[in-house]
Design a protein around this ligand. Sequence first.
Ligand SMILES: Nc1ncnc2c1ncn2[C@@H]1O[C@H](COP(=O)(O)OP(=O)(O)O)[C@@H](O)[C@H]1O
Ligand SMILES: [Mg+2]
Length: 257
Amino acid sequence: MSPARHAIAVASGKGGVGKSTVALNLALALRDQDARVGVLDADFYGPDIPLMVNLKRDTSLKRWDFWRGGEVRLEPVERYGLKLMSVGFLLGEQQSLPFSAMSLVMALRQFLGGTNWGELDYLVIDLPPGTADLQEQVTQVLQLSGAVIVVGPQDAAHLDAKRVVELFRLRHVRVLGGVENMSGLVCPHCGETIEVFPRVSDERSLWSLGVRRLATLPLDPTVVGNGHGPLLVAAPESAQAERFRALARDVGAALES
Ligand SMILES: Nc1ncnc2c1ncn2[C@@H]1O[C@H](COP(=O)(O)OP(=O)(O)O)[C@@H](O)[C@H]1O
Ligand SMILES: [Mg+2]
């Protein structure tokens, strides 16, 4: 089952490395190639996509029907030309999801199969960090065309990312490559790059597994957003936005090859 020509998982070993940022901006950059793009926020315990697109709960969604299960069709929320679905649209901002791992897997199936995605070229799936049930299940529930692994420059981020690579490889999901995010900070005064985190050694890095480095993204205050939406919307002319467009071109080309 796949609602899109290509379903791409964005995954990481650690949280906070920029998965959601990469997923959303990658989706926007794919949209700029005139593709029809959906984003599924599968980070059920930390659904950040609504916040990142400045949207809160959408009361028009049939929440209670959804929780009761059954044949519910959910309308995706349209924003910036993307079709978005997130449990964050169903929950209040401070409401948490009291779901066990098993219910999460059911929710994942609901969101994938029960959303009116329409015809999509790409579905970008923002996964929770780690290698638990949900990451495992996503490889079972739908045919993934590939996975993009997001990693920070530090040793620990690479170490955990390698576990994610192994999970995908065991499940015969193609690892398209890795994105190193938060990789240094370009000083706004002198233009020099400052290494903020101690860098992993080459032999312990994700790249030592033969994973392609798709993009290197420095820390950039414009990424965080200034209330004007995600980077590709708020600062489409920036160097960082161009890096995302290059990433989207590489991902698109890899999927067609
Ligand atoms: N390259 C970057 N420069 C500056 N801030 C960033 C960058 N990438 C991500 N961030 C910020 O770091 C935080 C964590 O990013 P997020 O995408 O939510 O990570 P994850 O989904 O992996 O938990 C967010 O506040 C985000 O805006
Ligand atoms: Mg996230």
